[in-house]
Design a protein. Sequence first.
Length: 277
Amino acid sequence: MINLIIDAANEKIVFMIIADKQSYTSKHINSRENFDNFMKLLLKFLNIKKIKISDIHRIFVNLGPGKFTSLRISLSVSKAICLVNSAVLIGFRSRDLINKNYKNLIKLDKNKSFVLEKIFPKSERYILTFVISILIIAGLSWVLVESAIEISAILKIPEAIVALTVLAIGTSVPDTISSVIVAKQGRGGMAISNAIGSNIFDILFGLGIPWLIVLAINGGTIPVSTENLYSSVVLLFATVFVIFFLFLLRRWHIGNKSGYFLILLYIAYLVWSVSTL
């Protein structure tokens, strides 16, 4: 039986393999750079010892106390491996280590350590949670659209203006929150990918599915107004060019000035769009 021990609660990140009477250890400085390469470091350690992830039967992971970020990453990696490999995930506390002897963990009484399936939901629940979340988002989207129409009628504001402001901002809040979360973690590439990917999804999938549904019900074709369409397409391509040029100018780093500049561009776009209605 192959046991993998992951401890990222202290000054060093420790990976240990205990198989039968043999043990192998790999230690790394508990730094932000190693956080980003956590999985790479683990896979490199396993490859050197010629051990596959599918060979691992149990994973022991330190629950702390310790550094929040490192504990979160080690827990996420451990859970991911267990989901793929159907291995048993067992948590332990730093106090369970006697003289930092990780081999004693294998002999721990079950009352001192516990299987983390009690903390993490099983894989089947992820699917159910995902489906329920999609249904909730769909329901809230319908409420948002109907509310925007009512606001437009009550305040006698053109629907196009409401769509450009309230509706557009409301539907983009989840993407914005996701980008803020990953940006705070120092994952700028993921934030950019989220912004670009969500727009590609909105254009291709967000237009394709409604058209297919409407055509399947009503048949025929759907007329599309070309008013402001050409200028919007030009602005879309111009926005992508400006962002790409900004990245090159800043050597792929984004600071406060870049953020203010992009927000000002959006405000200018809103002013221009409203003025042309």
